[in-house]
Ligand binder design. Structure first.
Ligand SMILES: [Zn+2]
Length: 156
């Protein structure tokens, strides 16, 4: 069909992406370069919605240009991160006070399996939420510093 020719004929494409300014064909729901949603339809169908939210999350992490984004990220992932830390802390205490594994586990290997599963899940979740919070906060601080430097340069 016309899919290939549409990609090649750059200048004829009428829809300009608001994010990266790449031109896209009419009817294309996402920017072919950066994946930004281009149409309302992109957000109404379920898969598009997931994609758009992923896109919004990616942008929120990479470029948190409003304080609200930072607050939102902490509200969304802060409790998860804290809960994981509490669970890990409890786990460390439990392991160091009791001989091994959760109480009542019938044999050592079952206990090992449970512990491995727990560690994998909780530590994984802690790493994911912690990384997201860390990156958002760091990028936010960077963005603010850059903005402050810029306005200082303009004044002086
Ligand atoms: Zn784009």
């Amino acid at each position: 069909m016309s899919g290939n020719t549409a990609l090649e004929a750059d200048d004829d494409l009428p829809v300009v992406c608001p994010h990266c300014l790449t031109s896209n064909a009419i009817g294309q729901h996402f920017c072919r370069r950066c994946g930004t949603p281009l149409t309302g339809l992109a957000v109404t169908d379920p898969l598009g919605q997931v994609y758009s939210e992923g896109d919004a999350l990616r942008k929120a992490i990479d470029k948190p240009d409003r304080p609200l984004i930072l607050v939102g990220m902490w509200l969304m992932w802060g409790p998860t991160f804290l809960a994981c830390l509490v669970l890990i802390g409890w786990f460390v205490v439990a392991v160091s006070t009791e001989p091994f594994g959760p109480p009542g586990a019938p044999n050592v290997w079952e206990a090992v399996g449970l512990v491995a599963l727990f560690v994998l899940f909780v530590v994984g979740l802690a790493v994911i939420s912690g990384t997201m919070l860390f990156r958002t906060t760091r990028n936010y601080a960077r963005l603010r510093r850059a903005r402050r430097d810029k306005s200082r340069r303009q004044r002086g």
